[in-house]
Design a protein around this ligand. Structure first.
Ligand SMILES: [Zn+2]
Length: 502
């Protein structure tokens, strides 16, 4: 980060924002958000100049300057009394593997895994472990979500995929941390066929980022390719397929392996700050409740190996599209009749590293969480064409569901009530707030047509191909943007919405 230059730029933008926004304007209908308006923001945010918007890079500087500039033009202001206007610094520690080696003994015999089958990261600058006994832990948790095996002082070998039992169980990052907290000396995650191994290797294999306030991981963490995992299990006299099958039981207790491992790893450990962007639209008649819009600005940065034709994961759909929507929503709400309640806009960092910016905001909110009447997250919204029904992740509170239904129906939208979208509830920033009791919804068409969503997740998602192009369907995103303008107005209306589920 080039901090001085950057903060000067933000301060300059802050001056413009003091200009008063239109208030007490006659209630005019909000102009519809157009596909061209969204396309322009996405083209810029997903341009190569932004380098894939990785936290802590120049791409972050550019992204923040753009988002702050657009929100200031919309009439939003920094949170009053903030010592870092527009920005919430989020302290991180990044560990970059410099070198690592693993030697295994299986049934007393040396067993080697080629460099292409394993990725290792030491937690500290230099780590050396000798003769660590191995245990295969399946998903690492049982059906109740607790660590399922004794891993203290051991190498825990865990599966990447979500556990097939129970849908509220933690994802692999959290499970890896739980094993570390339970005393594991090393955690190796067997990768999944669902994520291409070269992509995993490049995008998160050698770098590991955590909140500075978070507990440290195990002394050694890493990944095994599916093939290397199977080869190691085979050398231990086990059948990988049979072990994976056994691990599907919610009562699985893990299997000790006749394997020991020696690890040596050197790492560069770097503390740095990235930033959440936070802006406020002060309400005309604030009553202590507030609406929060959020979406993540970050993406994966340089994600393909040297020599690849395209090395940048630009994140056009994920999530330049969501930020584009939040810019246009801010412009409608900022320029039209001023809503009663305060409305906050939050662009989070490090969603791609495990919702880290959102978790940090939830731990350090600029407005008490109990005052947030609703959090509306916008992520990966450019998937569907016009006319796609509206799904809601986080449904189930009748009064809230009625507000969404009314707003959608008034815009001529149909509702999708099959609840399939809830499979994604933990995979989005709203989860960080929802887990702390904030009513957190993700509303739109992208999550109602599972075929379209799965097609994206199975192709361009988290790959350099998630580029800006005129192939990206923006019709649904434009309709969803209009819907969010309407939702902002509805939830900020002190007469029409009490602020709570009664
Ligand atoms: Zn993503």
């Amino acid at each position: 980060m080039k901090t001085t230059r950057f903060h000067a730029a933000v301060a300059a933008i802050a001056l413009f924002a003091i200009a008063p926004a239109a208030s007490a304007a006659p209630a005019k209908a909000d102009a519809p958000v157009t596909e061209a308006q969204l396309a322009e923001h996405i083209r810029i945010l997903a341009g190569d100049a932004f380098e894939g918007r990785a936290p802590g890079t120049e791409g972050e500087d550019r992204t923040i300057a753009y988002v702050v500039g657009e929100w200031a033009k919309a009439g939003l202001v920094p949170v009053p009394d903030s010592t870092t206007p527009w920005l919430q610094p989020v302290p991180f520690v990044e560990t970059q593997a410099l070198s690592g080696s693993a030697k295994f003994k299986a049934n007393g015999r040396d067993f080697a895994i080629g460099d292409d089958g394993i990725i290792l990261t030491g937690r500290d600058a230099s780590v050396s472990l000798v003769g660590v006994p191995a245990v295969f832990v399946g998903y690492g948790v049982d059906g109740t979500g607790k660590v399922n095996a004794d891993v203290a002082g051991k190498l825990a070998i865990m599966l990447f995929d979500n556990a097939p039992f129970g849908d509220k169980l933690p994802r692999y990052r959290e499970r890896r941390q739980m094993l570390a907290d339970a005393g594991a000396s090393a955690v190796l995650v067997i990768s999944t066929g669902a994520v291409p191994w070269p992509a995993l290797r490049e995008s998160l294999g050698s770098k590991y980022m955590r909140l500075a306030s978070a507990k440290a991981g195990a002394p050694v963490s890493g990944f095994l390719s599916p093939e290397a995992g199977d080869a190691l299990l085979k050398a231990a006299g086990q059948d990988g397929a049979a072990l994976r099958e056994a691990a599907k039981s919610p009562d699985y207790k893990g299997a000790a392996l006749p394997v020991t491992a020696d690890f040596a790893a050197q790492s560069a450990v770097r503390p740095f700050a990235s930033h959440n962007v936070i802006a406020k639209l002060p309400g005309a008649k604030p009553d202590g409740k507030a609406v929060l819009f959020l979406g993540h600005w970050d993406h994966l940065g340089i994600c393909a190996p040297e020599g690849a034709a395209d090395r940048i994961c630009n994140g056009a759909v994920d999530n330049a599209s969501g930020i584009a929507v939040l810019i246009e929503v801010a412009k409608r709400l900022g320029k039209g009749a001023r809503p009663d309640r305060d409305i906050y806009f939050l662009a989070t960092t490090a969603e791609e590293k495990g919702l880290l910016g959102a978790h940090y905001f939830a731990d350090h909110p600029v407005v008490p969480l109990s005052d947030i009447t609703v959090a509306l997250n916008v992520d990966t919204i450019a998937i569907s064409p016009r006319g796609t029904p509206v799904a809601t992740i986080g449904r189930g509170k009748p009064a809230y569901d009625a507000v969404v239904r009314d707003a959608a129906t008034r815009l001529g939208r149909k509702l999708d009530g099959d609840g399939e979208a809830d499979a994604f509830i933990q995979r989005q920033d709203g989860w960080a707030l929802g887990a702390k009791g904030v009513t957190s919804l993700m509303v739109g068409g992208s999550f109602s047509d599972m075929k379209l969503l799965e097609a994206f997740l199975g192709s361009d998602y988290h790959r350099p191909a998630d580029n800006f192009s005129d192939k990206i369907p923006l019709g649904g995103a434009a309709e969803d943007a209009d819907l969010h303008v309407a939702l902002g107005r509805a939830f900020a209306d002190t007469k029409a919405w009490s602020g709570t589920e009664k």
